[in-house]
Design a protein around this ligand. Structure first.
Ligand code: SF4
Length: 348
């Protein structure tokens, strides 16, 4: 059980032993004329398991656009502010759920004070987000980067604490796995009450990023460190959310929602499991139920895996078999696979 303070981020609680929400970050500029599409995509991210969504806010006009979206969003939206504290102040005129500031680049202390004062009045928490690539000037050349990350975070938390502002979440991220683990371990030991947002920054493309994030986050989560997480990938937001879910489930968090089993495919496959799994991934993970789905290439392992699945589909020569808890319920031609699979999924 985490001993961190519980911090409310919109309708989600971070810390205090509550389940760690998975986060991702919007990857394009937010367009004021595309809010309907953004709202729909946010809903889809929520269905996939995203709990909190962050947006870069480079201008005051962006703050206004994000504010309009926040009023319609099913997820709590976080404003990510660099350099200009006035943008943070403008965001706080809207129903933004959290402000993220970077101590390395906000500038004079009074700017943080102004932001903290308005955030406190609005009941909005602040994430102190320290990155190894943007440390405060006096810590940039520190001989040990993990220590520099901890010092930068501690400094900002102390400044906010002195202002009586305690709705704080801290993140310290490096692109290096051991540094990320080390700084979070040290900070958690020294400040066990401060909730931590954990992640490896700039972790890389899909495969590398998932592996590096899994290694670092598992090391922390399995020690009870981490109250919310983001997997930062050079890939789409949906992949970040699914990767975060998997890491949480395999690191002591309770698995909730669907589990997808799919075969790697080999020369025996009578069915293209890669394309099928890719096509159906988001639909399956949006089911919102504790179900196991198996997508298998042939009868060598297909029926065996499908037996343990709530629903399974497997190639079998020039046919495709659909299983429900071990029973073959349909034998179909491969061209019918998508239609029949949707029919069977709908019955779950
Ligand atoms: S299930 Fe069949 S196609 Fe898939 S990897 Fe195993 S043997 Fe190959």
């Amino acid at each position: 059980m985490s001993s961190t303070r519980a911090v409310r981020v919109g309708g989600v609680i971070v810390g205090g032993g509550y389940p760690a929400p998975v986060q991702t970050m919007w990857k394009e500029p937010l367009r004021a004329d595309a809010l309907d599409a953004a709202e729909a995509r946010i809903r889809k991210l929520g269905d996939l398991g995203c709990g909190i969504l962050r947006f870069a806010v480079p201008t005051e006009a962006d703050a206004e656009t994000l504010g309009a979206l926040a009023a319609r969003s099913v997820l709590p939206l976080v404003a990510d502010i660099h350099f200009d504290w006035r943008i943070a102040l403008r965001c706080l005129d809207f129903p933004i759920a959290k402000i993220r500031v970077n101590p390395g680049n906000l500038g004079a202390a009074w700017k943080l004070e102004e932001v903290a004062s308005k955030a406190a009045a609005a009941g909005v928490p602040i994430r102190v987000g320290v990155n190894s690539g943007s440390l405060p000037a006096d810590l940039k050349d520190h001989p040990e980067r993990a220590s520099a990350l901890v010092l930068a975070a501690e400094r900002e938390v102390a400044a906010l604490d002195a202002l009586g502002f305690r709705d704080v979440i801290v993140s310290m991220k490096a692109s290096n796995v051991p540094e990320t683990v080390s700084c979070n371990e040290r900070f958690a030991a020294r400040h066990p009450d401060v909730p931590l947002h954990i992640g490896v920054t700039e972790a890389g493309p899909l495969v590398q990023g998932c592996v590096r994030s899994a290694v670092a986050l598992h090391a922390l989560l399995s020690k009870g460190i981490g109250d919310t997480l983001r997997v930062s990938l050079s890939a789409d937001m949906e992949s970040e959310v699914l990767a975060g879910r998997e890491i949480l489930a395999l690191s002591g968090g309770k698995r909730s929602g669907p589990e997808l089993v799919s075969c790697p495919r080999c020369g025996r496959a009578g069915f293209d499991t890669h394309a099928f799994a890719e096509r159906w991934r988001d639909r399956i993970y949006s089911l919102g139920k504790d179900v196991t789905v198996a997508i298998m290439g042939c009868v060598v392992n297909g029926p065996g895996e499908a037996r343990h699945a709530d629903i399974g589909i497997t190639g079998a020569g020039d046919k495709v078999l659909v299983f429900r808890r071990g029973e073959i319920v349909r034998t179909i031609a491969s061209e019918e696979a998508d239609t029949v699979f949707e029919e069977e999924l709908s019955k779950l």
